[in-house]
Design a protein around this ligand. Structure first.
Ligand SMILES: [Zn+2]
Length: 239
């Protein structure tokens, strides 16, 4: 294989590595985003619980007022009982007293339900806050770890980018331009290996005559289907 081809293969390897860095950084950041989303979901749930408790407490106060009113009405009717003359008036007051007693009983039952719901919601909050604390600690640790990893990746990237620059300078301008265009058009793979006469970039067969040329490796050969630059490597052939 000629020197130019070797350089192209090396350049392709470098570009694959460079693309890998972006993917790795992306994956790392996605992990952090996932954790942040989960924390934000819990914060939203906690806020909703607090709102629910506040509204239940308001309901509690309203019920207590209703209760007081009913109690006051009972006292009032009981006082009036001592002043009424007819049994009809007496009956009417008794009926009112009974109604208010029933109202008090009902409100007390409602109050109990409200109190239970408040307790339930508050224990929900406690559980969520517990989880939240744990997740925030994890996030802090993960953020530190990811920052370190990204720093390492970036430093490796610098080294590889320098290698790329060096290699680009060696390659002819026209060839480099063709390579760079292919890299963009063909999803990061400009140079493809051929195995058993098949282009490993697009998995289509190459005419046998051209495959022979690729094997010889003294002239630049492009895949007739995907236009990638083709090369052949003896040890990876199954022929
Ligand atoms: Zn191809």
């Amino acid at each position: 294989m000629n020197e130019e081809m070797n350089q192209l293969i090396a350049l392709q390897e470098i570009d694959a590595e460079l693309a890998g860095f972006d993917r790795e950084i992306n994956e790392q950041q996605q992990e952090i985003s996932k954790r942040e989303q989960s924390i934000s979901d819990k914060e939203t749930a906690i806020a909703a619980c607090h709102e629910k408790v506040a509204s239940l407490e308001q309901q509690q106060r309203d019920i207590a007022l209703e209760n007081d009113d009913a109690g006051a009405r009972i006292k009032d009717r009981q006082n009036k009982m001592m002043q009424v003359q007819t049994s009809r008036e007496h009956q009417a007051l008794l009926k009112e007293i009974e109604e208010n007693k029933r109202l008090i009983k009902e409100t007390e039952e409602t109050l109990l339900t409200v109190m239970e719901t408040i307790e339930q919601t508050e224990s929900e909050v406690a559980e969520l806050e517990n989880l939240l604390t744990g997740e925030q600690e994890l996030l802090n640790k993960e953020t530190t770890a990811v920052k370190k990893k990204i720093k390492k990746i970036e430093s490796r990237r610098k080294t590889v980018a320098a290698q790329r620059k060096k290699l680009s300078e060696v390659l002819g301008a026209a060839l480099l331009k063709r390579y760079n265009m292919l890299l963009i058009k063909r999803e990061g793979l400009a140079v493809a290996q051929t195995i058993n006469g098949v282009c490993q970039g697009c998995h289509m067969s190459i005419p046998p005559q051209q495959f022979n040329e690729v094997r010889k490796g003294d002239k630049l050969q492009l895949c007739p289907t995907c236009q990638r630059i083709l090369y052949f490597q003896e040890e990876e052939s199954e022929e």
